[in-house]
Structures are given as C-alpha cells and as structure tokens.
Ligand binder design. Structure first.
Ligand code: PBE
Length: 267
C-alpha cells in the first residue's frame, strides 16, 4: 500500500545484529531519543541482517537496518545512511588494536606487528567484498597479503620471525572483523606464529584479552561504540591505537526508499 507509513511498511522493525555489538546499544538509545517507542530493534547477526537486506533489495521492498562503514554492502547495493540530527550514533571513529598486558615482553614480534598494523577502508573493502562473494576468508586474506606486500612489509619490517609460538586472536563475526582478523592472522602466520583465531561474542572478546586467554583483537571500535567494554576493563589491556580510521555507524536503508532522516520514522 503506497499510502502506508514507512513504519507500517516494515512492521516497525529495524533489523539489527548481535546484541553485544555497540551499534545495538546506539540503536536502542536512538529509539529512545527520537521517541520511536512503537519500533522494535530486531536482534540477530551480521549474516542474518545482510541476508534480509539482499532479499528485500532484490525485490525492491522496504527494509531498515543497522549499518556501518566500512562494509561491502555499500559496494553491492545503493544504500544511504538516514540523517541523525540528534547524533545518537556518534561521530566518525577508529578501529583500535587491543592486546593483553604483558604481550610486549612475552611475544615481542607479534606485539610489534600488531602495533604497526594499519590500513585503510579501501584495503579492508578489497578483502570484505571477496568474502561476501563467497571466497573463504582465510583465502581472501592470503590473496590480499600476497598482493599488498609493500604495505605488509611496513608492518613486519625489522621484526624477528619466530618458530611456531602459539598466538590467539579473538574476533566477532562482523564482516569488518572477519576481514581484518584473517589478514593480520596471515601476516603473523607468515612470521612463524601458530595463530589460532576464535570467533566469540563482543563481551567475551574484550574479557578474553583482559583476562589473558586471548592475546589480542583488532576490533576495538572507539571512542564510542565499545566505550562500555573499554571502561569496564581499562588497565587490564593495552590499547595500541588505531588500525583503521574513519568508521561510521547508523540506520541504513536502500536509496529507493523515500525517507532521509531518522526523524522520518516518526510519521
Ligand atoms: N560493528 C562492526 C561493531 C563493531 C564492528 C559496528 C557492527 C559494533 O560493535 O557495533
């Protein structure tokens, strides 16, 4: 029905992701701040969210999701962020590398590489798009490392190789983190580490590094998105600074939808 409000068209549902994600907290405060009390934020996963998006988009049906950049969905579909005049999704942020206390002494080579790891949205997109097209994440990462030896050698320059020492990285199954974790894992493997990457929820990822059961993660969205986790464990990890700059979070819809702002969800 053309005259139905946008809320009616999508059953007043915003398709979210896993409940531990910072974007879910931001989306919940968005519903409050914009007084969208008749809306539901649907919990799920990144994979379920992108599957719903793909399905709706191919049928040109309305859909509203929680979205973030970098993300391959922006190169696959014509999408737009809804304006956020109240700023509930925050400003541009960075993704930081977070390691356990003592890593510098215990595994100096890994520490040095993790400290130097730094790339751009474009680099990350190369890997993410291939994975979204069905390539195995480890394979896509290996290919990227192979094709970007100039940049990779900046991270490994002057770093001693090791002989099969174990190293554990945690990550959440967010498209961004699947890409970055597989890339840095490949670089550390090439240096001689026996790298184990474990897929966990956001809380356990931060807890694991704070308690030392994980050596590191490259998935700290800061300063806002993971502020709760950061404050909870402050002092129990080392923040090695950004590995990627200029991320964004928000409510995302297909271009063909006739709304522009989160305010438009009220009508
Ligand atoms: N994300 C992707 C995460 C961080 C990485 C934006 C979905 C979040 O915590 O919201």
């Amino acid at each position: 029905d053309e005259n139905a409000t946008v809320g009616d068209q999508v059953d007043h549902e915003i398709i979210g992701i896993d409940p531990g994600a910072g974007i879910m907290k931001a989306a919940n405060s968005t519903l409050e701040e914009y007084e969208l009390s008749d809306w539901t934020l649907v919990e799920g996963s990144s994979a379920a969210m992108t599957a719903s998006l793909k399905k709706a988009y191919n049928a040109e049906e309305p859909i509203i999701i929680t979205g973030w950049s970098p993300h391959w969905m922006f190169s696959q579909f014509d999408l737009k962020y809804l304006e956020d005049p109240k700023g509930t999704f925050g400003e541009e942020e960075n993704i930081n590398t977070i390691v356990r206390n003592g890593l510098a002494e215990d595994k100096p080579s890994a520490y040095q590489v993790l400290d130097a790891f730094n790339w751009t949205e474009e680099h990350m997109n190369d890997v993410m798009v291939k994975i979204s097209e069905g390539q195995d994440p480890a394979e896509a990462a290996a290919e990227w490392v192979e094709n970007n030896q100039d940049l990779v050698s900046e991270w490994t320059d002057g770093v001693d190789s090791v002989d099969g020492e174990k190293l554990s990285l945690g990550y959440v199954a967010w498209d961004t983190e699947i890409a970055s974790t597989n890339v840095i894992s490949k670089v550390l493997t090439d240096l001689g580490y026996d790298v184990n990457i474990s897929q966990v929820e956001a809380g356990p990822m931060w807890t694991g590094v704070a308690e030392g059961s994980l050596d590191a993660h490259v998935a700290g969205w800061l300063p806002l998105t993971h502020a709760d986790y950061y404050e909870k464990f402050e002092g129990k990890f080392e923040d090695l600074g950004s590995n990627l700059e200029g991320t964004k979070l928000g409510i995302v819809v297909p271009e063909y939808m006739d709304i522009d702002s989160i305010e438009d969800l009220k009508t």
